[in-house]
Design a binder for this molecule. Structure first.
Ligand SMILES: *Cc1c(COP(=O)(O)O)cnc(C)c1O
Length: 719
């Protein structure tokens, strides 16, 4: 999964679900039977294969190509599908009973129905997808993809002869007997054995190739896309032709399977995948709910029309009937999907200790920082160190949604975490990457910093095209090739595997505008731009140049560049209180840290609290135990009254030593504190506030350190 921009798959699944409704309501019958046949028996037959391909895309590459032994994703799929099936059986049971469908049915028939046809006309899909997935999983263990795909094609061919091409089989009595025997077991060959596998396999194939992002140019990508669109249109025409021909000559027994459906689906899937879009969590499940619930909505529309004597409009006009079923199905699916997405996130998150991330304040900071940007410059937020403790995937995801598509991170593993979290756009790795990790740069489409000219050779020797930005050292003497070494830097441009997309430097005295620091900063910028112009003179192209971080953008915006790599300011904070007091940009801190009160208790004169008996009560006191400790990033230096927490809008000093997982505060005199209440460690409670500046000052450091050390154990919750 290169950048996981698979939102378009979810969108198309929703379209597919509405096509399935069309199959079951025939929207055009009251106008033209032929047109309805083309829509519902030919075009809409792309819907279910699309569902299957998406399942294959996400679930199967690891088993078919990766020969993975981790069976958890497979079991999760089977369990989830079985659960849905069980729920759907229950939902439709009253209808089955009302229609008398289960009368006179033996146990064997019932089991056959459960395994193949489903208990309601649309439910065959669920057992079929489980059968198909298990089949491919077993085949994938034994065979290469080529052989597996041949087997799937053979199965499809066999199914085809029991479906759209049945008329030809009828001419061969022996074969006809075979099929008729099988039709005692299942009523269609459109099932988990003959129909499902080939589409799952095609989806898996797409899922496999896309894990190797092509470094091809936009030009080639467009050409490929045009080829796919043409292929889709041509095979779609063939499909229509094939379907109408078979229909005209009464060859079909059923009309789910066609020959041209295979190329048609392959091209369609390629076209949809080329539309890169971020997934929206609720959208993922909507199509499933539409699929499962729509027969109920058909009954509902018909029932309501009958009761209100509106059948002429809502039933006899097939199009209005279809639209009303779609509307009700879409609405109920949306509500159900939302219910489940909401409940999925509700548990655990605020059980112990957590960080609340204020989206509005983050957007506010983005917009005030954007106002500072020199012309032509755009933000490239630094989301390293888990986005300064705020949660890298969460922050980058929010920023993606407000249109930001370049980020910088410190390491490859941070970059991978972002990609796995669905973050899209350019991700620049600012730090050193060990050569052993070079393959990951390509796999996850990360851009590496060239930290000096020796490292450039190392990157080039890896032998595959690699996106890079070159770092220039203009006086910080950390990473970067010395600005004086123009010759060496120019040589980097000759290395054929490096795709040089940018060149940058880092300012190291820009937090101050004192004459001395200003002179130094301006000298850094001058040295940097001299390198850039010398390179350009030699014909080296440096597409993007950048040098500003937060303080650079605030204090020296005139130094310009194509990107501003803002970190700390984006989170609404500067390194120290004096900096923020002298700053005219209205930044708003984005994060607060909260913890549950695990216990409230009394201690009596002479009793001590915590490790080392560091605090002994002189008189009776009331204490509360917070479920947060130094392992969560609360500095242990705040022990014994140096720091405090807020409870019910009042300040409660930390008493005794902060433990790894817990902290004890003195709540004597604060009324109404109960176990399970919430204490604020950073942030506001009533009129009181603890800022990250307070904590940084109490522990002799800068806010950057306090924030970036907030622990991985804290949940990050957007509010
Ligand atoms: C961390 C970092 C930034 C972001 O710095 P802030 O001061 O937090 O804005 C920018 N560039 C480089 C090279 C960095 O290491």
């Amino acid at each position: 999964m290169d950048t996981k921009l698979t939102g378009s798959l979810d969108d198309c699944k929703i379209i597919a679900a509405f096509l399935v409704i069309a199959i079951h309501t025939s929207p055009l019958t009251s106008f033209n039977a032929e047109a309805d046949f083309v829509l519902t028996r030919i075009l809409a037959r792309t819907a279910v294969p699309f569902f299957l391909m998406v399942t294959g895309y996400f679930l199967l590459p690891q088993y078919i190509f990766g020969k993975s032994m981790d069976h958890r994703p497979l079991l999760r799929f089977v369990r989830k599908t079985l659960l849905l099936y069980a729920a759907a059986i229950l939902i439709f049971l009253p209808v089955n009973l009302y229609a008398g469908q289960l009368e006179d049915m033996g146990a064997a028939d019932f089991i056959r129905m459960l395994l193949f046809d489903g208990t309601f006309y649309h439910l065959w899909y669920l057992p079929a997808s489980i059968t198909g997935v298990l089949l491919l999983w077993m085949l994938g263990k034994k065979f290469s993809f080529q052989i597996l795909f041949m087997i799937c094609l053979a199965l499809y061919g066999f199914g085809l002869s029991g479906d759209s091409y049945y008329g030809f089989i009828m001419k061969l009595p022996a074969v006809e007997d075979l099929y008729n025997g099988l039709f005692h077991i299942f009523s269609h060959t459109r099932n988990g054995l003959f129909y499902v596998p080939v589409f799952l396999a095609m989806g898996a194939r797409f899922g496999h190739t896309s894990s190797y992002p092509s470094c091809v140019s936009a030009y080639l990508r467009n050409r490929k896309r045009r080829f796919h669109i043409c292929g889709f249109l041509i095979s779609l025409l063939l499909l229509i032709f094939e379907g109408m021909l078979l229909h005209r000559f009464h060859v079909q027994r059923h009309d789910s399977m066609y020959l041209s459906l295979l190329p048609c689906m392959a091209f369609l899937f390629a076209v949809v995948l080329s539309i890169k879009k971020r997934p929206v969590p609720v959208f993922r499940s909507i199509s499933t709910w539409i699929y499962l619930l729509h027969p109920l909505m058909i009954i509902l529309v018909r029932g309501a029309a009958k009761l209100t004597h509106c059948q002429a409009v809502f039933v006899e006009n097939s199009l209005i009937h279809y639209i009303s079923v779609c509307f009700l199905s879409g609405f109920s699916a949306w509500m159900t999907g939302r219910y489940f997405t909401f409940h999925k996130h509700r548990y655990d998150l605020k059980g112990r200790a957590w960080i609340e991330v204020d989206r509005k304040k983050l957007s506010h900071n983005v917009s005030v920082l954007k106002d500072l940007l020199p012309p032509g410059c755009k933000l490239m937020p630094a989301v390293k160190a888990n986005a300064y403790g705020h949660g890298a995937v969460l922050i980058a995801g929010i920023l993606n949604q407000i249109g930001i598509d370049s980020f910088c991170a410190a390491s490859v593993s941070e970059g991978i975490e972002l990609r796995k979290g669905g973050v899209c756009g350019e991700i620049l790795i600012l730090g050193y990457t060990h050569p052993e990790y070079f393959p990951l740069l390509g796999k996850y489409d990360l851009t590496q910093t060239v930290i000096n000219s020796r490292y450039a050779k190392l990157l080039n020797e890896y032998g595959k095209p690699m996106k890079v930005h070159i770092k220039i050292d203009t006086g910080m003497h950390r990473l970067g090739e010395r600005a004086e070494h123009v010759e060496e830097i120019a040589h980097i441009f000759e290395l054929k595997n490096l795709m040089i997309e940018g060149i940058y430097t880092h300012l190291c005295a820009d937090e101050s505008t004192s004459p001395k620091d200003r002179a130094f900063t301006e000298a850094q910028a001058k040295a940097f731009y001299q390198v850039v112009s010398a390179l350009r003179k030699r014909g080296c192209s440096c597409p993007r140049v950048h040098l500003l971080a937060s303080y650079g953008l605030i204090n020296y915006p005139e130094l310009s560049g194509d990107y501003a790599r803002v970190g700390i300011a984006l989170y609404g904070v500067l390194s120290s209180r004096s900096d923020v007091e002298g700053c005219s940009v209205p930044l708003l801190p984005v994060l607060s840290v909260k913890a549950r009160i695990a216990a409230v208790r009394d201690i009596f004169p002479g009793e001590s609290v915590g490790y080392g008996l560091a605090y002994t009560a002189a008189e009776k006191r009331k204490i509360a135990v917070l479920s947060i400790g130094y392992a969560d990033g609360l500095p242990r230096a705040l022990s014994c009254g140096k720091g405090s927490a807020l409870v019910n809008g009042r300040r409660a000093p930390i008493t005794g030593r902060i433990c790894m997982d817990q902290t004890i505060i003195d709540i004597t005199g604060i009324p109404g504190v109960r176990e399970g209440d919430i204490a604020v460690v950073i942030g506001r409670s009533g009129g009181e506030e603890i800022t990250v500046y307070d904590i940084a000052e109490q522990t002799g450091t800068i806010t950057n350190e306090i924030l970036s050390r907030l622990g991985g154990r804290l949940e990050r919750i957007p509010v």
